[in-house]
Design a protein around this ligand. Structure first.
Ligand code: ARG
Length: 598
């Protein structure tokens, strides 16, 4: 795994220092791991206030263990380390913290060379080597349009897939289509009643939606429709040929439409599956729960009592024999556990389904307990609901049933149109303006979904997401284009002979630190399933770079990056290149394209 050299150096030296200074005591503690270099490395922090050192290591946890007060421990360890004269780091201590300063010239050269020589791979690691992760995302429902409601799962999941790939996991992106369930009974009734013969074979998702909405309108007056829908769905479940053909037709229309939109968005999957795929697997799921003595009957229905006040029982099968969304999810889990033997499985699904997932994981864990699966072999603990807040779109509420739906594609079109207007104002003679406008429009939409921690709601406002300034996708893209343009304008020589000591101002220092900490940001994002951490890191880096770009010298003139000072320009242009690599790579991890000019 790519590790910050300075942190590693500190961890090694600190571990040795502990062993030397507390030689007798630390063996008596019975917990030697906390003195190991790897433990120390894991617990190095980054001070919020950068003047407090590049990194810091708190020693409070050693107070009790060593029977000494933390400030004194910190001072002793700092002193011991300083005696070893590390070339890379300088150590001080304050109030229970050991502060670590790096040799800036060394850090700048190491970091920039690392970024440039690993272009495209910078920030990769082998943290996930030998591990398999399934990331399930998007999962729209058939016969319903791809609305803005599915945008967040699609964008967050796509990013998580890229992040886990980057750190070496065997990563499988799964799209679990909602292609089964009672809504198909409704669609079939609607189709049989109202389909326009002249459209046969040419229907689009909008035509399907129109029928779906009409069904709900008329069902408000006419209860018979709901009854009919139930019986049509039952027929479908029993394999009725006509209904099956209709179901296949709806499915195909929807999938073609989804694929078209995914292509525009640059989203892909490794495995497109769906609820219907599990139809022949549910019987064995129910049997497994029966065998484990976990089911009971309640008014003709088959249920699993979770013995949990917070959670309603799992309804495996209704009185009329129909299975449910949760039955299918349980079957899907068991199937994937067997087929993929994953180390982790993420369900990137909105927070309003959290009870559903809690029920599911609890039921699975009860099943494994009943089967006496050993703690190590348990799969139920490997599933994780990566939940996210809702997306609000101005004041409009969304409900497919009422037909109040914002189509994702309309949002994309609107975003690109506005982006195009902006580009035309700024750079009217840009080549491939439509392509770039789409990239910017998508950048705005994608970024808006990761601009906050995932559990928070997002309020989507055009003026905000499309701004070229502030915390937006277009701002990052614009910064990237600026970096590329600087590199195009540099006509000086480029060779390995660079004097990194020439990089010495505050802005340059800040940039180097952010480039150096990019791998850590990726790791953090993976650990917390939070692409927002990468988004924030890029914003900080872009801001630091733009500050550098506008920097004034002593005389109040802009301190140009490329100037008559050849050696300085050369050192700066490699710094520019390193920033460009990180922003490009970071945007890629968020699913955003980085145009070279805009
Ligand atoms: N199709 C569902 C919906 O649109 C989401 C599926 C989420 N994934 C799952 N395994 N339940 O609400």
């Amino acid at each position: 795994m790519l590790q910050n050299k300075f942190k590693s150096e500190f961890a090694q030296l600190a571990s040795k220092a502990f062993q030397a200074t507390f030689a007798n005591k630390y063996k008596e503690t019975g917990d030697e791991t906390v003195f190991s270099a790897s433990y120390i490395l894991e617990n190095i922090e980054k001070p919020k206030d950068p003047t407090k050192g590049r990194f810091a290591f708190p020693v409070f946890r050693y107070g009790k263990l060593l029977g000494d007060n933390p400030p004194s421990i910190a001072a002793t360890i700092a002193e011991t380390i300083n005696q070893t004269e590390s070339k890379l780091i300088k150590i001080t201590s304050i109030a229970g913290f050991i502060n670590i300063e790096t040799d800036f010239t060394v850090e700048a050269s190491e970091t920039i060379i690392d970024a440039i020589s690993n272009d495209g791979k910078y920030g990769s690691s082998d943290a996930g080597n030998g591990k398999k992760i399934l990331v399930e995302y998007s999962s729209p429902n058939i016969a319903k349009p791809f609305g803005i409601g599915h945008i967040r799962t699609t964008i967050l999941g796509n990013s998580l897939r890229r992040i886990f790939l980057k750190i070496g996991y065997d990563t499988i992106g799964v799209n679990y289509l909602g292609d089964w369930g009672t809504q198909f009974g409704k669609m079939i009734v609607a189709y049989k009643k109202w389909a326009k013969p002249e459209l046969d074979g040419k229907e689009t998702v909008s035509d399907l939606l129109e029928m779906y909405v009409r069904f709900h309108d008329e069902a408000e007056e006419n209860e018979q429709l709901e009854t009919d829908a139930r019986s049509e769905f039952k027929k479908l479940e029993q394999g009725d040929n006509e209904n099956k053909a209709l179901w296949e037709k709806f499915r195909k229309i929807s999938i073609d439409e989804f694929d078209r939109v995914y292509k525009i968005m640059g989203i892909d999957f490794d495995w497109v599956t769906g609820e219907a795929f599990l139809n022949d697997k549910m019987e064995s799921t129910i049997e497994a729960f029966e065998k484990a003595n976990l089911v009971s009957q309640s008014e003709g229905a088959t249920i699993v009592d979770l013995h949990d006040e917070q959670l309603p029982p799992v309804l495996l099968r209704k009185g009329d024999g129909a299975t449910l969304y949760l039955t299918r999810d349980l079957s899907g889990f068991l199937y994937r556990a067997k087929e993929y033997k994953f180390d982790e499985m993420l369900y990137v699904v909105a927070v309003n389904q959290s009870v559903h997932f809690k029920q599911m994981f609890k039921a699975l864990s009860m099943l494994e307990d009943a089967q006496s699966v050993s703690e190590n072999d348990k799969m139920s603990t490997k599933g994780k609901h990566v939940e996210f807040g809702m997306i609000k779109f101005g004041d409009k509420m969304m409900s497919t049933r009422k037909g109040h739906i914002i189509f994702l594609e309309d949002v994309i079109n609107e975003a690109s149109k506005l982006a195009k207007q902006k580009i035309e104002e700024k750079t009217p003679d840009l080549e491939n303006i439509d392509e770039v406008a789409l990239q910017i429009g998508l950048g705005a939409i994608f970024y808006s979904q990761m601009s906050v921690r995932r559990q928070k709601d997002v309020n989507f406002k055009w003026e905000e997401v499309l701004s070229f300034e502030g915390e937006t996708g277009p701002y990052l893209q614009y910064t990237h284009a600026r970096l590329c343009s600087l590199m195009r304008n540099y006509t000086g020589e480029l060779n390995a002979d660079i004097d990194f000591a020439l990089l010495d101002n505050r802005e340059e220092k800040r940039i180097v630190e952010l480039v150096a900490d990019f791998p850590q940001a990726i790791d953090d994002a993976a650990r917390m399933y939070e692409p927002n951490m990468i988004a924030n890191h890029l914003i900080e880096l872009a801001a630091a770079f733009n500050k550098f770009y506008q920097r004034k010298d002593k005389n109040g003139k802009t301190d140009k990056i490329i100037s008559d000072n050849k050696e300085l320009s050369k050192a700066r242009i490699v710094l520019v290149k390193a920033v460009q690599i990180v922003i490009n790579e970071g945007l890629y991890l968020l699913g955003i394209k980085a145009p070279k000019a805009m």
